[in-house]
Each structure stands twice: as C-alpha cells, then as structure tokens.
Design a protein around this ligand. Sequence first.
Ligand code: NDP
Ligand code: MG
Length: 384
Amino acid sequence: MKNIYLLGATGSIGRQVLEIIDRNPDDFCIVTLSANSDLDGMSTLIEKYRPEYVAMGQPDAAKILSNRYPQTEIGSDTAGLVKAATFNPLDQNGLLVNALVGMCGLVPTIKAIEIGRSIALANKETLVIGGDLIMPLARKHHVTIYPIDSEHSALWQCLKGEDMNTVKRLIITASGGAFRDLSREQLTTVTAEAALKHPSWSMGAKITIDCATMMNKGFEVIEAHHLFGISGSKIQTLLHKESYVHSLVEFIDGSIIAQIAEHDMRLPISYALYYPFRKANPVPPLNLAKTGKLTFEPLDFHRYPCLAYAYEALEKGGLYPCVLNAANEMAVQLFLEHKVSFLEIETIIRGQMDQVTNIANPTVDDLLITDATVKEAILITTLK
Ligand code: NDP
Ligand code: MG
C-alpha cells in the first residue's frame, strides 16, 4: 500500500492519477490533495477521499472550503502546498505525485526531497527551472524521481538495465501540436481557441499551448538532460505525427530501442505509480496492424524558435532556464487571455532571454526572485 500525497489533483494529470488509484483501491491510500481554485472539483474529492490535509493555491478558495468542510484541515499558498507534499514526514510508504502546472511545483518538490519522499513527477517546469538543484539533492537524500511525462517514461523504459555509457543519444518525439501543418505566415492570425485543439492528446491549457509553440519539446529536452544525466547535444527531437512512438534510445552499437503504445497518459502514470512493476491498466492495446505508417521528420528550429531557445537555455545554464520558463508562463497566460498574439509568445521569451545577467549555481531564492522579476517585467511592458 502506497500513501499518496497528490498535488494538482483537479487537473488533467491529477484526475488520471486518481482514476488509476480508484481502479486499485487496495494499492493506494490518498493522504493529501491540492488544487488552485477549483472549489467544486476539490469538494467532490474531499467527500470521496476524506484526505487528512488539503491545500488550495488561492487563499480565498481555501477559506470557502474550510467553511464547507470544518473537519478537514485546509491550507493555502506555497506553505499549504509544501505541507501537502511533506505531510507525515516520517511516512516510509509515501509517494508525492506532483501534477501541478508551472513553477509553483518547485518549492514543494524540494521540500519533499528534503524529507526523503519519493516523487512521481509530471510537473516538468520544476525540473526545467531547478534541475541543477533538484537532482543532486535527490541523490543526497536517496530520493527517486519517477517521470510521468510520456517521453521520459518511454526513455526510462528503454534504458532499463542498460549501461548509460553505451547510450549514444536520446530521441524525443513530438506530435507537433495544433499548428504543425501551418506555415509561419499562417501563424500570425491563429487564436487561443485553435491552439487548444491538440491533434493527439487532451491536456491542460498551458501544456497544450506549449505543444503548439514546441516549447513543450524544448522543456522535455531539459527535463531529459536532468533525469538521465545526458548533455543537450546528445538529445535529439523528431516530429512524429502519429504519436505512437513515445521516445527512443540509440546505443553505441547502432541499436535503437523505442517504446510504442497508444497515446494515453494513464500508461506512464501507472508505470510511475507501480515502478518497478508493470500493472494492467485501462489503456486500450495498440493494434500495430491498424496504425498505418509511422513517420519521423526533423524539427526545424526556424519554424519552431522556442525549441532553439530551450537548447540555448540548457547550454547557457544558470538563470537561463528559469528565465525561459518564467517568460513562457507569462506569455502563454497572456495569449490565453487574448492579450498577445501567438507569435508574440516567442518574441516575449526572446526579449527576456536577451536581457539575462547570468549567474552560476543559482539558489532557490535566486530562482524565485528571477521568476517574479521576469513575469513582472513582461506584464509592465506588454500591458502598458
Ligand atoms: P492542468 O492545468 O490540467 O492542472 C494543473 C493542476 O495544478 C490543477 O489541479 C490546478 O488547480 C493546479 N494548479 C495550477 N496552478 C496552481 C497554483 N498556482 N497553485 C496551486 N495549484 C495550482 O495541467 P496538466 O494536468 O495538463 O499538467 C500538469 C503538469 O503535467 C504540467 O507540468 C504539464 O506540463 C505536465 N504534463 C501534462 C500532460 C497531460 O497530458 N496533461 C502530459 C505530460 C506532462 P485548479 O484545477 O484549481 O486550477
Ligand atoms: Mg510529454
């Protein structure tokens, strides 16, 4: 029985985590849950799972829920998320499932590592910003980070039992997002509503936009670098529109091992929750006789500048990945609010990356300050 501390319970990943747990009630116990502001969603979860502690990102939402459920301890803000992540610190069977979106996942992840709690991680932004701090800290506290992101789960499965010295490169596939068949000229007029229609996956709004700009793939390159200790120059990305090959590893002898399955996040979630065991799940089996052609194409950095920015941020290191992420978070939010155009997302990010005064080995406080400064600068210049 694993005790689950679930952050981001009301989101796309959070709900699928709960679906796996619901199917296997003898294997898991929900101890804490968190959301941001979804009162109805969290009310349903409190009534169903009776968690020992609940955190809401928004203090107002926490107050309303406290009045609704006076028997349940409810906190808010970063302190609440940290408490939800580190609740029962001596629990030896605890697993933090971080399904938050954005940089709000950074501090709870670090605090959970400090109490030695294993982590199933969907929240890639946390590794993008803080991977240089998180991975050594995890090694120090003997904490394992189990990736939920489908490409990283695929790489992890392909690498099982392999000697990392025999890996030539990692190959991460990309579906291409909603606008993969449009030219750059056609991108000048696209809307947020159109960007939210992903061809293969149904996901939260932010990652769906990140797929359309290809920033998601850039983030995944950085995420893979941290998880598997491989330099960016050995991580390749390929457009694979069919979304069945979730990633591949090429070895020095010329062998390429791929993980192939239906595009359904319940598979990598289940793999992370049950590792090192495999467990049957509700994902429909893939019928290779019916998939048709599987195609692979190079990704053009001119067509997808955000992918190039991510490689650049990884290479420059220090504060660059934090600036990349902060600028992207704010630009995507403004795009979803119809305040900037689709192509302005990349202009805003480039503008912030061109202004970085870099430092080596930033601390958590450096990252938090940089994140806030970048976001505020974008708001001031964009909305004036
Ligand atoms: P969603 O937007 O669907 O869900 C995000 C969750 O985080 C919600 O529970 C939301 O609460 C909560 N949340 C958002 N902001 C805050 C905040 N400031 N403080 C506290 N809680 C907050 O995102 P996804 O589930 O799509 O994505 C989660 C993570 O997983 C992302 O990092 C994404 O990149 C990654 N990922 C997602 C995949 C997918 O298929 N969705 C695939 C691979 C990776 P509320 O509901 O109240 O707003
Ligand atoms: Mg992914």
